[in-house]
Design a protein around this ligand. Structure first.
Ligand SMILES: [Zn+2]
Ligand SMILES: [Zn+2]
Length: 243
């Protein structure tokens, strides 16, 4: 699997960099994971967005779907050759209004996933785990060619994540806080990201959903201390990780 980061901020874009979105490629199949702001712009530097095979959305917060509407327009207005006549967009049905928006007649089609059943999308086998977040949100464990990518999506730390992410070749975590964070939270600290990687025996750790107001090097150092090794990267636009 080949992962390319298209956006990595939490909440809102900042100084030319967008919010959560990743392109995952395997044997010519192009899967877009979340579609935050600036995602279409970044994607178009790598592939023609018409070459997407499918899109999957972890949850319907704006920083994960901001560019979905313009991606639909890209598919509607562009006369280029599409890989598939109608682009499938996978999401949960627990928010019916947002789920309905995944479908644009003749352009895209909303398709549902559930957390009790693995989903097959192209060559990817995807398992889901409901996370701790204010709206229904799903972590994804994606397997292809005997490699495993786990994406926590947005979540506070909780114990089930360690089993869900077990032995991932790459673990992408929602790292929105440093250790100064106190009180109720809906995202993880860098230390929790590092601990999750260590306990679940993840090979590589990618810190994403980064904050705008905290020095990312501080997050890196806290995660390194917790993980116990240096196999950690900060997400950045265009960063490629071969899994
Ligand atoms: Zn978010
Ligand atoms: Zn969220």
């Amino acid at each position: 699997m080949k992962l390319t980061v298209l956006g990595y901020y939490g909440g809102y874009p900042f100084k030319g960099h967008g919010t959560t979105s990743f392109l995952l490629q395997e044997a010519g199949f192009n899967l877009l994971i979340d579609c935050g702001s600036n995602a279409v712009n970044e994607l178009s530097q790598i592939i023609n967005p018409l070459e997407l095979d499918a899109v999957i959305i972890s949850h319907y917060h704006h920083d994960h779907i901001a560019d979905l509407g313009v991606l639909q327009y890209y598919w509607q207005l562009n006369s280029g050759k599409k890989k598939t006549p109608i682009l499938p967009i996978y999401g949960n049905t627990q928010d019916p209004l947002n789920y309905a928006r995944l479908t644009m007649q003749g352009v895209t089609e909303g398709k549902s996933f559930v957390d009790y059943q693995p989903l097959k999308v192209g060559l990817f086998e995807i398992e889901f785990l409901r996370t701790i977040h204010p709206v229904p949100t799903y972590a994804m464990r994606i397997t292809a060619d005997d490699k495993v990518l786990t994406f926590t999506a947005d979540t506070d730390y909780f114990n089930e994540l360690t089993k869900f992410a077990q032995d991932s070749d790459l673990l992408i975590t929602d790292t929105n806080f440093d250790s100064m964070k106190s009180g109720r939270k809906w995202h993880m600290t860098a230390q929790e990201s590092g601990e999750l990687a260590k306990i679940s025996n993840a090979n590589q750790l990618l810190l994403s959903h980064l904050p705008q107001e905290i020095d990312h090097q501080i997050l890196m150092n806290e995660a390194k201390t917790a993980k116990g090794d240096g196999n950690i990267q900060l997400a950045s636009d265009g960063l490629i990780i071969n899994i």
